[in-house]
Design a protein around this ligand. Structure first.
Ligand code: 6PG
Length: 260
């Protein structure tokens, strides 16, 4: 795992979302120019979806070769396909329906009306199989080395659908079913920490006062069972991309202020 995360603070949620969208363009273009293709992991939640909307609105997204981009999800709500509460639905509406992605390279997590019916464990196993199929020998893992893995964070410091003190925190499988999630809806599918930590870069996205404590604890090295975001680290780099409100409890001197 990498060393100390880098903290970048933006004035407010709107500037944060625009800046993360611009950062995505630059990082994806750099990776595609170096290796031909790139892979990203999307997150649900307000900030994660706002980033996708800003990316759709920013014509710089034309610099990305969308046909050579693998798109995965960090977690998903186990609902019917097209349900507005599903992260996939939000991502398609905000961005994916507006760019020329290769459908074969877009990997949504299962839905309750999918091939596994109302069995989230089977749907998680299917996602695990897709991850394994995409992994290459040089990844040295059962999942691909995602170039950028984005995660929102909850006020309770959850990331993806890895909630404090829940069994999924201890699971070594690439993707798992989560039942009884404290954030509705209760049944979800989530990547686990081993999958998150296989990513080259992990970007933690947070805005608002309600995330300030989670961000502080996540950066102070708290235990991952109580503070899951504390274990969300990339192999090469970890970024905490925050607005001022989410950064309001951080000790002075560790941040880089990006927006005046
Ligand atoms: O499916 C989900 O609910 C998300 O993946 C979840 O992990 C989200 O990213 C955080 O709860 C932050 O959500 P907000 O940005 O909306 O606060």
């Amino acid at each position: 795992m990498t060393g100390t995360p880098t903290v970048v603070i933006h004035r407010d949620q709107e500037v944060l979302a625009k800046a993360v969208a611009a950062r995505l363009v630059t990082r994806i273009v750099d990776v595609q120019s170096a290796r031909g293709s790139a892979s990203i992991v999307l997150t649900g939640g307000g900030v994660g979806t706002a980033v996708l909307s800003e990316l759709a609105a920013n014509r710089a997204h034309d610099a990305i070769d969308w046909r050579r981009l693998d798109i995965w999800w960090g977690d998903e709500r186990f609902l019917e396909t097209g349900d507005p509460e599903r992260n996939e639905t939000g991502a398609r509406k905000a961005l994916l329906d507006h760019v020329d992605v290769d459908p074969a390279r877009v990997h949504p997590m299962g839905a309750i009306d999918g091939p596994d019916g109302d069995d989230p464990e089977a749907a998680a196993e299917r996602y695990t199989a897709a991850l394994r199929a995409a992994a290459r020998p040089e990844d040295h893992a059962p999942v691909p080395s995602f170039d950028i893995l984005m995660l929102g964070v909850g006020p309770d410091a959850h990331v993806a659908s890895l909630f404090p003190e829940m069994p999924a925190l201890y699971d070594e499988r690439p993707a798992v079913a989560v039942r009884g999630a404290p954030k509705p809806p209760p049944t979800r599918i989530s990547l686990t920490f081993p999958s998150i930590r296989a990513a080259r870069e992990v970007w933690i996205l947070a805005a608002g006062d309600s995330k300030a404590r989670a961000c502080r604890l996540g950066l102070e090295g708290a235990g991952p069972v109580q503070v899951p975001v504390a274990a969300a680290r990339g192999r090469q780099r970890t970024l905490f991309l925050l607005d001022r409100a989410a950064a309001s409890q951080l000790p002075h001197g560790i941040e880089r202020i990006a927006s005046p």
